[in-house]
Design a protein around this ligand. Structure first.
Ligand code: XUL
Ligand code: CO
Length: 437
């Protein structure tokens, strides 16, 4: 019998910014158009299973604080069904069209991979039924190749082939399950693909193994008729000291070097950017430059803590800068905005889950609307264009087109005597941003 887990919460409605109802959208009006596209289609908001359905408040220092009612059932299959009921009820009430999952978020991992595969196949039909009823889709699926202690020395990049092949088998199962649920994309996040010490690591060999494996996944996905995208999600460290998918630039380089550039895009996570000493907008721009801005994992870190706190987005300035990159680069290629964020371990009311996601959706909506305003009603674009106008004609244009040799540049450069002091106008740019909402 299906339970109503969020009985006291109705479908979340858009009430506008004057509303003081914490359980209403203030800015996310799904049908509002921004630059010819609805907010709903721009964002493709997704709930992540691992935090929003599976988290229980444990941290490295403390036991669980919050066992959700749907996870209290001890029978594994029943528990997985309860969790799916809660997930779909939550998604419907939020008005979100998508979710993301790891293989073992859907149903508890068993002691062998063979048994886990059986369990996954048992829950898939149930979830497919719920998708059919509700129209809710999978933004992306992935494999959790980091929690099981078997992966302590790495998954695909493990120095021992027995474990690398086990990881490959697990990823195949997760990929097949994703396809069965009609996933629009598939993500690789290499939590254990890296090292704890370079002393005991053959980095070149491990990276070569990763490249071979990804190429084999491309081949397999084609055989299976997968129409979606593969995404790599960069992160510099945590859990390993150094992760191979360090940041967007590293991943773009790796993809190009490995012949994978036409088959992969990036899933940029806000707090992973911060951990790599970059801004979120920087990582989006690097991915966009390569034509690889695929998807976003939305969250934020803590300015004082250097770890992956996965808090819900709240920083409007950062979000506006990010949405400027988003709009200017034509949005996401195939992906959406997945709230890879969790409520704090002492946020123990069920409504906290709703409040957190509402705030997350509102901040993106607010930021996108502000970015549209900046691009259409302020001198911002013109100012940026002007800054580069010396490349629009004459020798500047010739240089940009690769028509000038070093000798040409030498001649032209020596002849330059008139260097105007041109202000970078950073404060003016910042004031446009600060007054855009
Ligand atoms: C970990 C992280 C993962 C990936 C999926 O930091 O972000 O949840 O998004 O494996
Ligand atoms: Co993530």
């Amino acid at each position: 019998m299906q339970q109503d887990y969020f009985k006291n919460i109705n479908s979340i409605k858009f009430e506008g910014k004057e509303s003081d109802n914490p359980l209403a959208y203030k800015y996310y009006d799904a049908n509002r158009m921004v630059m010819g596209k609805s907010l709903r289609d721009h964002f493709k908001f997704a709930m992540c299973y691992w935090h929003s359905m599976n988290d229980n408040g444990t941290d490295p220092f403390g036991r669980l604080t919050n066992l959700y009612p749907w996870n209290q059932e001890t029978d594994v299959l029943k528990q997985a069904k309860n969790r799916a009921d809660a997930a779909f009820e939550f998604l419907q009430k939020m008005g979100f069209d998508y979710f993301c999952f790891h293989d073992i978020d859907l149903i508890q991992e068993a002691s062998t991979l063979l048994e886990t595969e059986k369990r996954i196949s048992q829950i898939l039909d149930y979830i497919k039924g719920k998708q059919k009823e509700t129209g809710i889709k999978v933004l992306w699926g992935t494999a959790n190749c980091f929690s099981n202690p078997v992966y302590m020395n790495g998954a695909i990049t493990n120095p021992d082939f027995r474990i690398a092949s086990r990881a490959a088998a697990q990823i195949k199962i997760a990929f097949d399950a994703s396809m069965e649920l009609g996933a629009e994309n598939y993500v690789f996040w290499g939590g254990r693909e890296g090292y704890l010490s370079l002393l005991n690591t053959d980095m070149k060999r491990e990276l070569d193994h990763l490249a071979v494996f990804f190429n084999k996944m491309v081949e397999y996905s084609k055989q299976q008729g997968f129409k979606g995208n593969f995404f790599i999600e960069p992160k510099p460290s945590e859990p390993t000291k150094h992760q191979y998918d360090f940041d967007a630039a590293t991943v773009v380089g790796f993809l190009n070097q490995s012949g994978l550039q036409d088959h992969f895009k990036l899933n940029i996570e806000v707090n992973h950017a911060t951990l790599a000493q970059h801004t979120f907008q920087h990582e989006l721009q690097v991915a966009a430059n390569a034509g690889m801005l695929g998807s976003i994992d939305a969250n934020r870190g803590d300015y004082q803590n250097g770890w992956d706190t996965d808090q819900f987005s709240i920083n409007l300035y950062e979000s506006i800068e990010a949405m400027l990159v988003f709009l200017k680069s034509g949005g996401l290629k195939g992906g959406g905005i997945n709230f890879d964020a969790k409520v704090r371990r002492n946020s123990t009311d069920l409504e906290d889950l709703f409040i957190a996601h509402i705030q997350g959706a509102d901040i993106f909506a607010r930021a996108l609307i502000a970015s549209e305003h900046i691009l259409t009603n302020t001198p911002y674009s013109k100012m940026l264009e002007e800054r580069y106008k010396s490349y629009d004609s004459g020798n500047g244009k010739g240089f940009e087109n690769g028509e000038l040799s070093i000798k040409d540049l030498y001649k032209i450069g020596l002849g330059q005597t008139n260097f105007p002091k041109t202000s970078g106008k950073q404060e003016l740019y910042e004031s446009i941003l600060a007054n855009s909402f």
